[in-house]
Design a protein around this ligand. Structure first.
Ligand code: ZN
Length: 201
């Protein structure tokens, strides 16, 4: 499965001159929600990710996603693994379980995102689940931005990664892009104007 091509075909992997949420500039951008708007494509990706999780032999009861970005990926992954699917969401800045969802003591969770950058939201979700007595056994994401170490990859995690080293991160592919500070950006030097895609476009 060529993940990069699947993202490109979906219009989810953009080439251009972009301002990332960090403020840095890049010539590529992942609009990761776009890859899931085609339900057939979402299913193919989720089954690919499910296969990696099954092959690892890890025991999982439930998939939990941090809202909003992770919900569709988490739901599709849970469906592919025939597991329960829940999500946590931020209320007054704190990630928490709402809507009648429950966590059993010792229930084993994988936290699933559509994309893992530094893993900040995934860690907040993990803390919310653990505070309720659940056990987080791993993390999963369709795409990994290359800050955290993907299970099976020999690349070391970067200091920015917030995920724990002792739990696996299952992801379909690493999407590592060139990043430049605005004063050192070669595209800016050539006179092109950077755009901010973000969630608003
Ligand atoms: Zn630039």
């Amino acid at each position: 499965m060529n993940i990069e091509n699947i993202y490109k075909e979906a219009g989810a992997l953009l080439d251009g001159h972009f301002i990332l949420s960090s403020g840095n500039h890049s010539n590529r951008y992942l609009q990761s929600a776009k890859v899931l708007e085609d339900t057939g494509r979402a299913e193919v990706l989720a089954f690919g990710l499910a296969k990696e999780i099954m092959q690892s032999g890890i025991e999982v009861d439930t998939i939990c996603a941090p809202a909003l970005g992770g919900i569709l990926a988490g739901y599709e992954l849970a469906r592919a693994l025939n597991l329960r699917s829940i999500f946590v969401e931020r209320k007054e800045g704190v990630m928490q379980l709402r809507r009648g969802f429950e966590v059993a003591k010792g229930e084993k969770f994988i936290i699933c995102e559509d994309i893992i950058t530094t893993g900040g939201s995934a860690m907040e979700a993990a803390k919310a689940i653990e505070a309720l007595g659940g056990e987080v056994v791993g993390f999963a994401s369709l795409a990994n931005r290359g800050f955290c170490k993907r299970d099976g990859s020999s690349k070391a995690p970067k200091p920015e990664c917030k995920l724990p080293n002792d739990k696996p991160l299952f992801a379909l592919d690493d999407f590592e892009f060139e990043m430049y500070s605005p004063d050192e950006c070669p595209m800016c030097k050539e006179g092109s104007e950077a755009i901010k895609p973000g969630s608003r476009t």
